[in-house]
Design a protein around this ligand. Structure first.
Ligand code: A3D
Length: 311
């Protein structure tokens, strides 16, 4: 059986970590693509990861390139190409530069691997995944944005820290856009099946929700040079693995809504089933009036950024 070919478009902080994690999970052979100026850097990262394999015996092959033909017929693409935030910037400040990059990347992926499954990570996420979809003309099930997986992992982390219980037993989701208007659905969060609302005071829950909303900015401030990369990388791996191994995991992702939750024609964070068919389904559920209002606010923010793409 042929190994999967996984192409990482952008081999910076997140791309490099995805390469490492994908190799350790033996998801397939990995090609890290970057611009010609960064070709040495991605070739170096690839060689470095190749040389850690003997310790644990992973057989995945990792290479670096700046030649689009090398990613021909890859089954999965994970796009981090672009620039990250610096302190004081919001995600929308990246739009102009990253949009130009995304258009170029979409044209090239369309040419090299029209049947691939594409996970977009570049920010501003909700606009970048929309831009990829529009420019590539890919079917909606083949395109998804990584954000909810990370935002939910952050929410889970803070809940585990608060309750002193294993993060493994915390279940929760964050929906909506990947920005300050994201919507943690706290009433459905559980710890080992016990409703979180029975364990933590309303005031603390509000503080945890807020920390989740600004968790990306908290790390940008601490780093001083760029944005988070370990947890974003693992979140993307979870999505790629579910596709490649047809696991049908339910992951909050930026999927194209066509009527779900009353949203029409936008990519936004919703519970999505990812399997060998890509985004196979969106799991819709009854939401409360205040959640509807919060989703409507986050949709307005997404619409505003999408409008700025001019697509
Ligand atoms: P960084 O380490 O700067 O890596 C970006 C890489 O993209 C660099 O190596 C660039 O050389 C490369 N690049 C630039 N232009 C192109 C191009 N045309 N083709 C291929 N590669 C190119 O950034 P990072 O890895 O820290 O972050 C990457 C992106 O992810 C940024 O836009 C971040 O804002 C975003 N991000 C998103 C999340 C989400 O949850 C959605 C989380 C964290 C970061």
């Amino acid at each position: 059986m042929k190994r999967n070919k996984i192409a990482l478009i952008g081999g910076g902080q997140i791309g490099g970590n995805i390469a490492l994690l994908a190799a350790q999970k033996e998801l397939g052979d990995i090609i890290i693509f970057d611009i010609p100026n960064a070709e040495g850097m991605v070739k170096g990262k690839a060689l470095d990861i190749m040389q850690l394999r003997p310790h644990d015996g992973y057989d995945a092959h990792i290479s670096g390139t700046s030649n689009w033909e090398d990613v021909k017929d890859a089954s999965v693409f994970i796009i981090t190409a672009g620039i990250p935030r610096k302190p004081g910037m919001n995600r929308e400040d990246l739009l102009e530069i990253n949009l130009g990059i995304m258009k170029d990347v979409a044209e090239n992926i369309k040419e090299q691997a029209p049947n691939s499954f594409v996970v977009v990570i570049s920010n501003p996420l909700d606009a970048m995944v929309y831009a990829f979809y529009k420019v590539s003309g890919f079917p909606k099930n083949q395109v998804v944005g990584m954000a909810g997986a990370l935002d939910s992992a952050r929410f889970r982390t803070f809940i585990a820290m608060e309750t002193g219980c294993s993060v493994q037993d915390v279940s929760c989701m964050v929906l909506g856009g990947h920005g300050d208007t994201m919507v943690p659905i706290t009433r459905l969060a559980t710890v080992g099946g016990v409703p979180l609302t029975n364990l933590v005071s309303e005031k603390r829950l509000e503080e945890i929700e807020n920390r989740t909303r600004f968790a990306g900015g908290e790390i940008v401030k601490l780093f001083g040079t760029g944005s988070a990369y370990y947890a974003p990388a693992q979140s993307a791996i979870e999505m790629a693995e579910s596709y490649l191994r047809d696991k049908k995991r339910v992951i909050p992702c930026a999927s194209l809504c066509e009527g779900e939750f009353g949203i029409e024609g936008y990519f936004i964070g919703v519970p999505s089933v990812i399997g060998s068919g890509g985004v196979e389904r969106i799991l819709e559920f009854d939401i409360l009036n205040e959640e509807k209002q919060a989703l409507s606010n986050t949709l307005d923010a997404v619409k505003k950024t999408v409008k700025e793409t001019g697509l």
